[in-house]
Write a protein that binds this ligand. Structure first.
Ligand code: NAD
Length: 285
């Protein structure tokens, strides 16, 4: 068997086009959506992500600016800035790029962002609503994964879904979303014993660990849908996922590549979230 590739680039283009049309509509009503990104320090990967987010936002007509702060910025200073952005009516979405320097509490900063402007969907209020099955802003990567599954027409009801990784950013919310679609969900993590027992039984396997090519074809159920969230740079500079693509493609029915899979979806869903929040702030949804 050779798996069909789930083309994140193509699907993200479709999402961005939908967002662009929504932005156009909002602008014609005098509501120009705006996303403000805050970047603290000079982490090279974060610089790339932030530039990419800014560029993508502009392309769909979302006004976007990035506030760049030095690594020495204090937690208090960052809290004050976020509060200012919360109060700024021209700002619809706020994103504080992670990771933050060690001396700043990520949790405190996330909790300072107004849940109404929480473009990443990481605020405990929004995560709580997700858990309660209420409509809310959904973290970008998990939302992108669900959109990919929808695009291939995969029916989750009654299927075994296995998520490897339990981060608040990916693992936990994606497990919740899969559950809300009536899949039987298992979350595996670093302390899971006999990982293969679970992966071999997964109709849908979502891998979000951050270990290059850790899941191989032998561990995957024949015909499974494999979603590879990992982004890892190998020593030779090659970008790979958490799944060994070649061996997994022999067994899976559908698979996401790295790069060009989940990554582009994450950015597209950020734009989607910005528009969603803008509409919510104006009582349109
Ligand atoms: P994280 O470090 O917060 O969490 C990793 C999880 O993996 C943990 O829950 C841990 O329990 C689990 N884990 C670690 N070792 C394991 C093992 N041997 N077996 C099973 N589970 C194990 O990571 P994260 O923020 O969720 O990110 C995971 C990966 O996804 C990273 O490579 C990250 O770069 C990537 N990522 C990609 C996107 C994207 O847009 N494509 C977005 C977010 C994260």
């Amino acid at each position: 068997m050779s798996a069909i590739i789930i083309d994140g680039k193509e699907i993200s283009k479709k999402v961005k086009e939908e967002v662009r049309l929504e932005v156009e509509k909002l602008k014609s009503q005098g509501i120009p959506p705006k996303l403000t990104v805050v970047l603290v320090g000079d982490d090279p990967a974060s610089q790339v992500y932030v530039r990419n987010k800014e560029k993508s936002a502009r392309k769909v007509g979302i006004e976007s600016d990035t506030i760049r702060l030095p690594a020495e910025t204090s937690e208090e200073e960052l809290v004050e800035l976020v509060k200012k952005l919360n109060d700024d009516e021209s700002v619809n979405g706020i994103l504080v790029q992670l990771p933050l320097p060690d001396h700043i509490s990520k949790d405190r900063i996330i909790e300072t962002i107004s849940p109404m402007k929480d473009a990443d969907g990481f605020h405990p209020y929004n995560l709580g609503r997700l858990m309660a099955g209420l409509e809310t802003v959904i973290p970008c990567t998990p939302n992108g994964i669900m959109r990919m599954l929808d695009e291939i027409g995969f029916e989750l009801k009654g299927k075994n879904a296995v998520v490897i990784g339990r981060s608040v950013i990916v693992g936990k919310p994606v497990a919740q979303l899969l559950l809300s679609r009536h899949a039987t969900v298992t979350t595996c993590h670093s302390r899971t014993k006999n990982l293969e027992f679970y992966t071999k039984n997964a109709d849908v396997l979502v891998v979000a660990v951050g270990r290059p090519e850790m899941i191989r074809g032998e561990q995957i159920k024949e015909g499974a849908v494999v979603i590879d969230v990992g982004i890892n740079r190998k020593e030779d500079g090659k970008l790979v996922g958490d799944v060994h693509f070649e061996s997994a493609s022999e067994v899976a029915s559908w698979i996401t590549p790295v790069p060009g899979g989940v990554g582009p979806m994450t950015v597209a869903m950020l734009l989607y979230n910005t528009v969603y929040l803008t509409k919510k702030q104006h009582g349109i949804v």
